[in-house]
Design a protein around this ligand. Structure first.
Ligand code: GDP
Ligand code: MG
Ligand code: ZN
Length: 366
């Protein structure tokens, strides 16, 4: 790619990111303070409604943080109203309103989620949105060299999920302390590939502390969630950032795996060293997943998640080109000329096939 063209692409991508960030920040900064100004509300049951944020689940309860920083426990119930239909009722990160009842605190309302990381819940007849965590700013996609092996398939799945859910994206490639020269080459290849597309990439070693400072700079003042294949070192990175063993690491955590709950975010944790009163930093770990199925992939939307296709697709012969079989496809041409990574294109094809099958199912179920 000629230098000036490459420059332009980078600027376009950065511009798009910045626009999105700005709107999101405007929309979202500190919903608590917005609501605090409106004061407390009276619930239908007669109790006073207070706003709070869900920071973790504990058995049947949710632990919530009130505006003043105090933590309380509350339950959802039959009467809990949600602004998020056909989705997880209460997720970590949700903004809720609670009221006092004889039995304790009840969650009366769940606010519209400004962002979310969700997946398709397995084992239901129709696709159901399982929200892993709500109202976070940044998804840090964690991969590792060595064990488990670095694969771009799951990275691209998470990129699509982040773009769908309105999250910023960063990538961390962990365990570089164990990398063989070949694995290091591979890590550098992926670092350059994703950087060129427009995502920050950090090479880290949770066990040696390499790259942790860079990651801290990435997450400061935001709420971030760490996701990726089981065993890549998410919990180890979270511990390294917090400077304490907040999360269980290694094989032991497998004991706690349980059915549908396995992908819910564990907890929102404040990072005190990176927080001020005005600008707190929160992080959430996610427990191990072997598979990550995207929720509601739309075939027509998918190509926009592969942002590097964009500058080529206007030259496709067909307006609504899916970049698979159409004659005169400029995206496929670019793949052949090595201007688009074959790996990314293969992941696109795979996700598109999945999206098309999902859509067929949806239409059949209507
Ligand atoms: N060599 C090496 N091992 C690591 C590193 N980070 C994590 N591990 C190990 O990888 C295994 C899985 O880590 P864990 O944090 O539990 O992964 P998670 O499933 O993604 O949360 C554990 O045995 C960790 O000790 C690292 O940077 N280098
Ligand atoms: Mg873990
Ligand atoms: Zn095309």
């Amino acid at each position: 790619m000629p230098q000036d063209e490459e420059q332009l692409l980078h600027e376009q991508i950065r511009g798009a990111h910045e626009d999105r960030d700005r709107t999101r920040r405007k929309l979202t900064k500190r919903p608590e303070s917005r609501e605090a100004a409106a004061g407390a509300f009276i619930s239908e049951a007669g109790g006073t409604l207070v706003t709070a944020r869900v920071i973790r689940a504990e058995g049947m309860f949710f632990v919530l943080r009130l505006n003043d920083g105090k933590e309380v426990r509350a339950k959802s119930y039959k009467g809990t109203r949600s602004a998020n239909p056909n989705s997880t009722l209460v997720a970590v990160g949700d903004d809720v309103r609670i009221a006092n009842n004889e039995g304790g605190l009840l969650i009366e309302e769940v606010s519209l989620r400004r962002t979310k990381l969700s997946r398709r819940a397995a084992g239901r007849r129709s696709a159901f949105e399982q929200v892993i965590v709500a109202n976070v700013d940044l998804l840090v996609i964690v991969a590792s060299v060595g064990e488990p092996k670095l694969r771009s398939g799951i990275i691209d799945r998470y990129i699509v999920a982040a773009l769908e859910g309105g999250l910023e994206i960063a990538i961390a490639i962990n365990k570089i302390d164990t990398a063989s020269p070949e694995e290091m080459d591979e890590a550098l290849y992926f670092r350059d590939l994703y950087r060129e597309i427009g995502y920050p990439v950090h090479l880290v070693s949770a066990s040696q502390g390499t790259g942790i400072q860079e990651l801290k700079e990435e997450i400061v003042g935001k709420t971030s969630v760490f996701a990726g294949h089981s065993g890549v070192g998410k919990s180890s990175i979270v511990n390294a950032i917090l400077g304490r063993k907040a999360m269980q690491t290694g094989v032991l955590q497998k004991k706690f795996r349980r059915g549908a709950h396995t992908t819910a975010a564990s907890a929102l944790m404040e990072v005190p060293q990176l927080s001020t009163v005005e600008n707190p930093t929160y992080i959430a770990d996610t427990p191990g997943v072997r598979e990550f199925a995207n929720f509601e992939l739309r075939p027509a939307d998918l190509k926009f998640a592969f942002v590097e296709f964009q500058k080529f697709q206007e030259r496709c012969a067909i307006t609504n080109c899916s970049h698979t079989h159409e004659p005169g496809c400029a995206v496929r041409q670019a793949v052949e000329e090595d201007k688009i990574s074959i790996g990314r294109y293969t992941n696109y094809q795979k996700l598109l096939g999945e999206a098309q099958r999902e859509e067929t199912k949806r239409i059949r179920n209507q």
